[in-house]
Write a protein that binds this ligand. Structure first.
Ligand code: AHM
Ligand code: MG
Length: 340
């Protein structure tokens, strides 16, 4: 049994942060508060099938999609866990249209938190893995009063830390603070996240592709060609690839991160900006995957370098094993779409 199995998330964060001379411990406390929220959400997700909290609230969220109770529960839980710590100046959630102000007295923190409380929520009723995604920036607005929209609209490259929690056969928290990617598994007996996947490195080339092929008709012709290419037989390049798509970004990317793979949510003729949100989904996942040696692009440029224009902006994404992402970029660049 390796000694890493007794490394708790709390201790790991403190040890990692103590390597930086300027570290005040604030980020460690912030990540600790997040892990507490993750434990509570995990508990709720696990009992979702037992208590009567599954089902639609009847409301639509700001994207016009139906919101399930558990989404709102996770959203509320995160706000409760995070808004009195004194480490944040502002927050934003995929489930709320505007930025979320921190109560006065507590809004003096230097960090900004963006989160998707429960991603993949269409899978809740089927007991399929879902996840929470978070992204942390330093405040850029002047002064030490409430944070602003500007703080929430930073390019992903400025992230200080990012992570996700996957509620699967066990609950795992995977995070990066810019020095590698580390995965922790929640031990339900101790209620502690224990280091199970130190320094995750994703394979440079894979054998797995993840995309909703039901949208094939509406894709860019270069993407259609690429998927057909992956399905052809060629031993030298390990083709055909296997197709794996859960429809839960956290779970799909988590699997691909460990085994190698490319996850795609492209733009198409019906959704010219794709589906996933730059600030809540694409940027944190891009930071994690790059830290693990992978690549993330919107087909044309690096996700992390895109300057967000609005809080709930959507962005096409191609993310995962470096060589695979480069190949799809090439296919898409080679086929010019005729303009009518
Ligand atoms: P959500 O934030 O409303 O849960 O939507 C995001 C999810 C992702 O987890 C997943 O990759 C994608 O939507 C699946 O979409 P589709 O059903 O169109 O394939
Ligand atoms: Mg989401």
């Amino acid at each position: 049994m390796g000694s890493t199995q007794f490394m708790t998330l709390g201790r790991h964060i403190i040890e990692e942060q103590s390597k930086y001379s300027g570290a005040t411990g604030e980020l460690s406390k912030l990540l600790h508060d997040l892990s507490l929220a993750a434990k509570v959400i995990s508990l709720e997700v696990n009992k979702a099938g037992l208590v009567d909290i599954i089902g639609f609230t009847g409301d639509n969220n700001i994207h016009g999609e139906q919101v399930k109770k558990l989404d709102m529960l996770a959203h509320d839980m995160l706000i409760k866990a995070m808004d009195h710590g004194g480490h944040l100046c502002v927050m934003a959630s995929e489930e709320e249209e505007d930025i979320i102000q921190i109560p006065q007295k507590f809004n003096i923190g230097k960090y900004v938190l963006l989160f998707d409380p429960l991603d993949g929520s269409s899978n809740i009723d089927a007991n399929i893995s879902i996840g929470t995604i978070f992204s942390i920036y330093r405040r850029v607005s002047p002064g030490d009063g409430p944070g602003t929209m500007k703080d929430c609209l930073q390019a992903g490259i400025h992230q200080v830390a990012a992570g996700y929690v996957v509620y699967g056969s066990s609950t795992m928290l995977v995070y990066t603070a810019g020095a590698g990617v580390h995965g922790f598994t929640l031990d339900p007996a101790f209620g502690e996240f224990l280091l199970s996947h130190p320094n995750i490195q994703t394979p440079k080339k894979s054998k797995i592709y993840s995309i909703n092929e039901g949208n094939y008709l509406y894709w860019h012709p270069g993407l259609k060609k690429y998927i057909k290419y992956l399905q052809e037989e060629d031993k030298a390049t390990n083709r055909p690839y296997s197709s794996r798509y859960i429809g839960s970004m956290v779970a799909d990317i988590h699997r691909n991160l460990l085994y190698g793979g490319i996850f795609m949510y492209p733009a198409d003729s019906r959704n010219p900006y794709g589906k996933l949100r730059l600030q809540y989904e694409c940027n944190p996942m891009a930071f994690i995957v790059e830290q693990a040696g992978g690549r993330a692009s919107n087909g044309k440029m690096r996700i992390l370098e895109i300057q967000p224009e609005k809080l709930h902006q959507r962005m096409p994404i191609f993310i995962g094993s470096e060589e695979d992402v480069k190949t799809v970029e090439k296919f898409m660049a080679e086929v010019v779409v005729p303009v009518n």
